[in-house]
Structures are given as C-alpha cells and as structure tokens.
Design a protein around this ligand. Structure first.
Ligand code: ADP
Ligand code: MG
Length: 315
C-alpha cells in the first residue's frame, strides 16, 4: 500500500532505513524481492516467533521511536532464547499513522541496536499506513535438530530457577506512564535484555523453559501445566533489584515482581547440579517441582495465597 499525503513514500522509507549493506549470514535473497530466500544449516531445525506491539496498548504513546524499535526486536529475541535457539533472521510488518522520516530513522536505529549484537539480519517486511502504530516483528532462529527447549519437560524434584531480577519493567512502565520515569527501571521496560546467550547455554541442561513476559506467577503456572507437574516457590527468594527496593515499599516490590509483566527474564527447571553460570547475570533458585498439580507459594516457610495470574488481553 502506498502512503498518501506524506513527505516520503514506502519505497524511499524501505531503501533509506531498512536495506542494509551487510546482508547477514544465510541470506540468499534479502529485502527487495517478493520474498526472502534463506539457507538453513544442515542438522539444525528452524524456530520461528512473532510478537506485535500496538501503540497505546503495549507502550505509552509518548515512547521514543528508538525504544519502540528496540523493544519490538527484544521481545522476540526473548521467545527465541526460551526455545534455546540462535536468532538469525527477522521480518518487520510496520503500520504507521504517518510516514515521518525522522521517526522511522530512529525506529530503525533502535531495531538495529537490539538485533546487531546477535547478528540478526532484517530480510523483509511490509510497510503500510493505518490509523494507529502497529509493529510486528517476526524472528526465525535455529537450534541443533531435536534440541529445542520447551515448556513441557519439567520433572518432579527439579529446581526452579530464574535469571536476573523481577518487577523492574512493570514498575518502570508505571513511572513512565505517570510522567516520573526512573532511568534504570524505565529502561528495563523500554530496552529489555533478552537472555539470548543463556538460553542457548541451557540446551542439554534445562528440562523446561519459559520467558517471563506476563508476570512470574502466571508464566510459571503455564510451565507447570505444560509439564503436568506442580511447584512450590519461596517468595522471599524471588530476586528484586536494589533500584526497585529503593523506589517502592516491600509489598509493592512483591506485587511488581510476582505479577508485573514485561520482565523478559527466563524461568526454567533443571537438576540443580546441572545449571551453567551466566555471564553477567544472576541465576537464582526459587523453588522445586512437585508431583501434585498447582503452584504453592511460601513466605519464609509459611504457605500464602497468591492469585494474580498475569496480564491477559481481552480480559
Ligand atoms: P510486495 O508488494 O511484493 O509485498 P513490497 O513493495 O511491499 O513488496 O516490499 C518490497 C520489498 O521491501 C520486499 O522485499 C519486502 O520484504 C521489503 N519490505 C517492505 N517493508 C519492509 C519493512 N518495513 N522492513 C523491511 N523490509 C521491508
Ligand atoms: Mg510481491
């Protein structure tokens, strides 16, 4: 579809901001044809994920274009990480209310900042005008055949682990929306650090993995039910950052950490002795897999009720 009433047209936008001189490995045909042609490696399987961000729903309207571009890539990298895969190629479907060249330039720069460290090449997409901003990024990765990680493999007596800290992004989003951003907490929402390398390190060791996008309690429950097991976690072990502790009272910290979304950390199960160290990020044991279905939350040993099951659309 062509833009009307705008300074730059679709073709110019793509040429200027999305075509890269560096095509990326395994790209036989990139941007410019009717489809991308990609060369998978022998003995590896493809893993494909897609995530859509809608302006005003998934981020405040005032969000900087660079942050939107970064986040649109990072949330997909996090799904790739949870599958134990290596990200390789991405496509972008972009719907814009107006084709402002400066905005698109900053957006493309944000996408590149998230993708380049992982050598992910943009190989195609679609650009349309529409009433509201919609960004849909799709990433394809690969993993050694038969080795992809799933939500469904947790075994009784496995330890439940998490990477990083929880609650920062939800707290940061609240502060952004209130017009009082905290630079650390807000950047944890705007520029999440997908655990791409660590996800690949978990291949052969984790029994089940999920990336936490909708709140720790809700996403851990998804892993437990996919695996047909139960779990018990110790709430005081759920890691929270010093920045979250400095900005909020303990009960608010806990609410953000357990049911706030957008953390993009990994939650996984493994036999405790098998777990690899992660470069630069904490990996914390928070509980144990049990035979009986359901999640039990303990606070310093006492069982406590906990209901919130995380963010859901259409609820
Ligand atoms: P078609 O009409 O065949 O769908 P388009 O004119 O929409 O092709 O797109 C031309 C080329 O530009 C295609 O290779 C397409 O993948 C690529 N492209 C379009 N929009 C984007 C975008 N936002 N990001 C990256 N590549 C894009
Ligand atoms: Mg075509």
């Amino acid at each position: 579809m062509r833009f009307k009433r705008t300074a730059v047209d679709e073709f110019e936008l793509i040429q200027t901001y999305f075509v890269s001189t560096d095509e990326g490995s395994g790209v036989v045909t990139g941007i410019g044809d009717d489809g991308a042609v990609l060369q998978p490696e022998l003995g590896r399987e493809l893993v494909t994920v897609v995530d859509t961000l809608v302006g005003g729903t998934h981020f405040p309207d005032v969000t900087d274009a660079g942050d939107i571009g970064y986040r649109a890539v990072a949330v997909n990298l996090s799904d790739i990480a949870a599958m134990g895969a290596r990200p390789r190629w991405m496509t972008l479907a972009l719907t814009l209310p107006n084709a402002d060249a400066g905005w698109v330039g900053r957006f493309a720069e944000g996408m590149r900042a998230a993708a380049a460290p992982h050598d992910v090449a943009l190989v195609g997409g679609d650009t349309t005008s529409g009433d509201c901003l919609v960004v849909s990024v799709q990433i394809t990765g690969d993993v050694e055949a038969g080795c992809a990680l799933h939500r469904s493999g947790a075994c009784v007596d496995d330890t439940i682990f998490v990477t990083g800290t929880f609650g920062d992004a939800a707290a940061g989003l609240g502060l952004l929306a209130a017009g009082t951003p905290n630079s650390y907490l807000s950047s944890r929402f705007l520029r999440p650090a997908a655990r791409v390398e660590y996800g690949q390190q978990l291949v052969g060791c984790a029994t089940a993995v999920i990336d936490v996008s909708d709140g720790l309690i809700g996403d851990l429950q998804k892993l437990l039910s996919a695996s047909g097991v139960g779990g018990v976690i110790d709430l005081e072990k759920v890691p929270v950052s010093s920045e979250l502790q400095a900005a909020f009272a303990p009960d608010e910290q806990r609410r953000f950490a357990l049911s706030g979304g957008d953390d993009y950390e990994l939650c996984f199960t493994a036999a405790a002795k098998n777990v690899p160290a992660a470069a630069g990020i904490a990996v914390t044991a928070i509980g144990t897999i049990t035979r009986e279905a359901g999640l039990v939350c303990r606070d310093h040993g006492a069982v406590v009720p906990y209901h919130d099951s995380g963010y859901r659309h259409f609820r």
